[in-house]
Design a protein. Structure first.
Lengths: 263, 436
């Protein structure tokens, strides 16, 4: 879907490596940790596809390292059934920092509106199923507000602002990477706070440290705080938010039936 | 679950088949016949950016054609630039990079179909390039404007300015004899607020007259900054027309790409009718314009990406170490180990420690609102704009294969005509007529 027309350095063999590694690691570590072999193949495939779309490399071993690290992070860094890191994000950061031939191409998604809509549509479908649209909204609103203020202060015309926001990789990140229920806070309040924090850090890293990969580093740095946020807000959620309560019940149901979880 | 697993296995199989069909070896790339370099474009700017880590050496080719006393240049730069950070570069250096990386035309000749000889059919295109130039005035005084440095390099008088607000800067420039175009003031503000400095140059006529050069030489500045950008907005102040910019990025790692616009490869590796040999420049211009329009005029085109130790086929000899240093490469401290192999046929190619990326951006105000930002990657895949002429065998054929070959030619020609029409938007009857 669109892959052929985007001139990516996308190699089918690397996608195969990503999927094979993710699934094998998932099976192996499930078995080692005594969770049984049927544990959550779909989640591993989704992680592999996320890696294939976002991570660029010209060496299959790099993709292997990313895929392995991503899945292994789910087993190694886990507290109360929650993952400390988003597996695809952990894989990307591992590849960027441990190898010399990985990169992310923020510009390659272009800015076509129809692409944005396509992502929104697909993302909406997935989000509706898992009910985490609020992280996406909070992230996008916070990030675009900060960019808007900066744009106003610098005195650029508004097409500069729009151009900065119409980045396909930003939307992709907001829709798919920070909505994974297994690695984001449980309570709505916590999720919004957490998303705003990621948006702020992204803004700082992008505009003051000139990191093209800012979003991924922001998520990597802030992901472990999910655990603290959950400690603070998870109990209050039950009494204060009826909708939230429903969501949590659903989430628990998903966790107890791991095959239906998308992370 | 088992259904999923079966799906997955079949997917793996399919992709491994696709993979195994991918050619892994390079055949040799034909005989080089022509190139499409920066001279094709009327108003093309060329810049060379050599970058390793946070250190950047920026070379701006100067194609100013008016009276040199009217020449002035204002470039936003990330840091204060001192005299030792500026030099004038050897005028031919940008031409050398252009020639080396230009899209290229190659040709092959069909062998006698009746003689059992192997022929390999491939060719290489060359790329085109362009230059960037801005004009601006030069001045001094207080107005919230600080003259950070003032010096003379070669035929240029240079001041480095920092400003607190654009009104002051504009006034300063006016008072010092620079005529800045209307609308520039608003554009200066974002750079001032981003703490950028202004590199302002004009020609010192006395120095210029004694230098003996007929043309202005390229200005080269080096600085240390995490910002990997190229300001293009100032150059669009009083022009809504499309401007061509060719950027040569030299890196020790691999390909560079634009991070805030898409980077797209120019069409390459296609067989086109042999008459194009006489009009390759026109062909490349039309093809570029067609690709540019197809991509909605808002992408950067990759025309060349190669290790500078080799080329295949070569449109010009690879640059030697001295030339690379002249182009701004500063990380080659070791003694020259450049292995020049102009006709290297098989990989592995030698590694020179310098990877060149040639990007061609045709920009307009409405499609490129933001300055260009880049990143270097470790992507070391080679790419070149390369266009292939395949000459048919013209001798007598008497064997059966020969007759078969002659029959197949018309289909091949038609295919070449269609390809050419598609690439250039030229009318197919015109193409067919020229092929007669």
């Amino acid at each position: 879907m669109g892959i052929g027309t985007r001139d990516w350095t996308l190699h089918p063999e690397f996608i195969a490596v990503a999927i094979a590694t993710c699934v094998a690691t998932q099976l192996l570590l499930s078995w080692v940790s005594g969770k049984g072999l049927t544990n959550n193949i779909r989640s591993a495939v989704i992680t592999a596809l996320g890696l294939s779309l976002l991570l660029r490399t010209d060496d299959w071993t790099t993709m292997f390292i990313a895929a392995f690290a991503g899945i292994a992070s789910k087993f190694l860094f886990q507290i109360d059934h929650k993952h400390c890191f988003n597996p695809a994000n952990f894989g990307i950061i591992s590849a960027l920092s441990l190898t010399h031939n990985a990169w992310v191409s923020p510009g390659q998604w272009g800015e076509d509106w129809w692409y944005g809509l396509l992502f929104l549509g697909t993302g909406g479908l997935i989000l509706k199923r898992i009910g985490r649209w609020d992280t996406t909204a909070a992230f996008l609103i916070a990030y675009s507000s900060m960019e808007a203020i900066r744009n106003l202060w610098l005195g650029w015309t508004w097409d500069v602002f729009l151009h900065r926001l119409m980045s396909g990789s930003l939307i992709l990140f907001a829709l798919f990477m920070i909505t994974d229920p297994r690695s984001i806070p449980d309570s709505r309040k916590g999720r919004i706070l957490w998303s705003v924090a990621i948006a702020s850090l992204t803004f700082i890293l992008r505009n003051y440290f000139f990191l093209p990969t800012a979003v991924f580093w922001a998520l990597f740095i802030l992901a472990p705080f999910t655990v603290f946020i959950d400690r603070i807000w998870s109990s209050s959620r039950f009494t204060w938010f009826k909708a939230g309560k429903l969501e949590l019940t659903q989430l628990h149901a998903q966790i107890s039936a791991p095959n239906s979880v998308t992370s | 679950m088992s259904r999923l697993f079966r799906l997955f296995i079949s997917w793996l199989l399919v992709s491994s088949i696709v993979f195994s069909l991918t050619p892994t070896a390079w055949a040799f790339c034909g005989f080089y016949v022509a190139k499409a370099d920066a001279k094709l474009y009327n108003k093309a700017s060329q810049v060379v950016i050599a970058r390793d880590g946070d250190r950047t050496v920026l070379t701006m080719a100067n194609d100013f054609q008016g009276d040199v006393k009217d020449f002035a240049l204002v470039v936003p730069v990330p840091t204060v630039i001192k005299k030792e950070q500026v030099k004038v570069a050897f005028p031919k250096i940008v031409e050398r990079l252009d020639a080396f990386s230009a899209p290229r035309l190659v040709e092959y000749f069909d062998p006698d179909p009746c003689a059992p000889v192997y022929s390999i059919n491939e060719s290489a295109p060359r790329s085109a390039s362009f230059m960037m130039r801005k004009s601006a005035p030069h001045g001094r005084r207080d107005l919230g404007v600080t003259v950070e440095a003032r010096f003379n390099v070669g035929e240029y008088d240079i001041v480095i300015l920092s400003a607190k607000e654009s009104n002051g800067l504009e006034t300063w420039l006016h008072l010092n004899g620079y005529k800045i175009p209307p609308g520039a003031k608003e554009l200066l503000t974002p750079y001032i607020r981003s703490s950028m400095k202004f590199f302002v140059a004009k020609v010192n006529l006395k120095e210029f007259n004694t230098s003996g050069y007929q043309f202005l030489r390229p200005l080269q500045i080096s600085y240390q900054s995490p910002k990997f950008i190229l300001p293009i907005r100032l150059g669009m102040v009083n022009s809504s027309a499309a401007q061509d910019l060719i950027i040569y990025i030299l890196s020790p790692k691999g390909q560079a790409e634009v991070t805030n616009y898409r980077t797209v490869k120019v069409p390459s590796g296609v067989n086109i009718p042999v008459f194009v040999k006489q009009e390759f420049g026109g062909f490349y211009k039309s093809m570029f314009q067609t690709a540019y329009t197809r991509e909605d005029k808002k992408v950067a085109f990759l025309e060349y990406a190669w290790d500078m130790g080799s080329c295949d086929p070569c449109s010009a000899e690879p640059l030697n170490n001295d030339e690379l240093q002249e182009a701004g490469v500063f990380w080659l401290n070791s003694p020259p180990t450049n292995q020049i192999s102009p006709r290297l046929r098989y990989r592995p190619y030698p590694t020179s420690g310098v990877f060149i990326t040639r990007l061609h951006v045709r920009y307009t105000r409405n499609k490129f609102p933001e300055d260009l930002m880049f990143q270097e990657t470790s992507h070391r895949e080679f790419f070149q704009g390369r266009y292939i002429l395949q000459h048919p065998f013209t001798g007598q054929v008497s064997c059966d294969q020969g007759k078969e070959y002659v029959r197949s030619l018309s289909q091949r020609k038609e295919q070449e005509a269609q390809t050419l029409a598609q690439l250039t938007n030229w009318k197919i009857p015109d193409i067919r007529r020229k092929m007669q």
